[in-house]
Design a protein around this ligand. Structure first.
Ligand SMILES: Cc1ncc(COP(=O)(O)O)c(C=O)c1O
Length: 397
């Protein structure tokens, strides 16, 4: 029984089956958002970076058995480039592409160094709840430009100091994530700095497109990884601004066409902009009044580019409460894999919570098509990115 291995509180879950989901081949109209060439270029570049290694794909047999499905795979991003999250693939890659655009130098010569003065004249800025900023700061440090990171009131001090340690200047802004996005953009405009954002808006799409293309590396690894002999039938992916979900959806759809997996986006109920947008059939801004514990997912505005993919690539949108996050983290910490347990942070377990709550609700499981033949992919998008919060949440219980 699922409840024996992962006891979850019976808490509210909202579900919206997307009537606009499409299941034909990858639609050409979406090539303007993300195409094969963008994914290929990002993959070829990122795989050349020092320290690149595919992250583990852990098959959690006990969970598959208890949930009555064939396979559950957990892509564990906690070790990605030593930064603790999948975001390492996106922001840093966009920094490189920006530097290349601004200097006219190709990626190889920027990667190789030797243009210190030129690089130092460029400043990149971004707003972040932690993980994207860490990636941008790391990319800036690696490629030699300056970096300023804007964080909102709710971002933990540990996350701020991790970015300072990578050489970034960190600015704390009153308000929530969306306020920090606007302030970063205003300051950049006034000072001739460059915004490297993981979210996009009207007129600002070039760099977020690179960010999403970088995330595709994670999906390509899953598909090519031993243990994933057959593609998943279902992917439960957590949503913030939607960039991750759009990249994952696009990559699977491009590779498998009409037999793409069923895509389920899972969000915190306190920051449910994707769910609300789906219900409304158009982007909706959500006012975040209370912060969710899943800090990386605390976004009230959908990425415009991401939405163009998500509106037809996602089959189901669900929202979860914070109540089961700690239990899911503790469960993963107890899963023995060769050499270690699985370390997953608060935002990294939303997909797992969504999957388990779905599997324990027969009516919902049936609507989502979960059955004994299902192969379920979960994306463990972060490790203990704030070690104190991680220790506190995994200790209790
Ligand atoms: C750990 C983690 N998972 C998932 C996400 C969601 O990504 P996106 O905002 O692109 O939807 C984030 C965003 O910061 C994150 O930090």
């Amino acid at each position: 029984m699922l409840n024996d291995i992962l006891p979850l509180a019976p808490t509210a879950l909202r579900h919206f089956a997307n009537p606009r989901a499409e299941h034909g081949p990858w639609p050409e109209r979406l090539d303007s958002v993300l195409d094969q060439a963008a994914f290929d270029a990002a993959g070829a570049e990122i795989r050349r970076w020092e320290g690149y290694q595919p992250t583990p794909l852990v098959a959690i047999e006990s969970l598959a058995q208890a949930a009555g499905v064939t396979w559950v795979g957990f892509k564990d991003e906690s070790s990605r480039f030593g930064l603790g999250s999948f975001k390492a693939l996106g922001g840093a890659y966009a920094v490189l592409r920006l530097l290349s655009r601004e200097t006219g130098l190709d990626a190889a010569s920027i990667r190789g160094g030797g243009h210190a003065e030129r690089m130092k004249s460029i400043t990149v800025v971004t707003a972040t709840d932690g993980n994207h900023g860490r990636s941008v700061a790391w990319g800036a440090g690696r490629f030699g430009c300056r970096c300023r990171i804007y964080i909102h009131a709710g971002v933990s001090e540990n996350r701020a100091s991790a970015m300072r340690a990578l050489g970034a200047e960190v600015v704390r802004v009153d308000g929530n994530y969306d306020d920090s996005v606007h302030r970063a953009s205003d300051d950049a405009e006034a000072n001739g700095w460059f915004v490297v954002s993981d979210t996009s808006w009207e007129g600002y799409t070039e760099l977020p497109r690179y960010v999403m293309a970088g995330y595709g590396v994670m999906v390509d690894e899953v598909i090519d990884q031993p243990g994933a002999a057959e593609p998943p039938t279902h992917v439960f992916v957590q949503g913030g601004v939607g960039g991750l979900a759009a990249a994952v959806a696009a990559r699977f759809w491009m590779r498998f066409g009409a037999s793409r997996p069923t895509l389920v986006v899972v969000e915190p109920n306190r920051a449910d902009c994707l769910y609300q947008s789906a219900c409304n059939a158009a982007p909706v801004c959500v006012d975040i009044t209370e912060e969710t514990i899943m800090a990386g997912l605390s976004c009230g505005e959908v990425s415009m580019l991401a939405w163009q993919v998500l509106e037809t690539a996602v089959d189901h949108f669900i929202t979860i409460t914070d109540d089961n996050v700690a239990a899911a983290m503790r469960f993963l910490a107890s899963v023995a894999v060769p050499g270690a347990a699985v370390e997953a942070g608060e935002s990294g377990v939303a997909g797992l919570c969504g999957f388990v709550q779905t599997a324990t609700d027969p009516a919902l499981a049936s609507v989502i098509g979960l059955d004994a033949s299902s192969r379920v992919l979960l994306l463990g998008t972060e490790g203990a990115t704030d070690p104190e919060i991680y220790a506190e949440l995994t200790r209790a219980g």
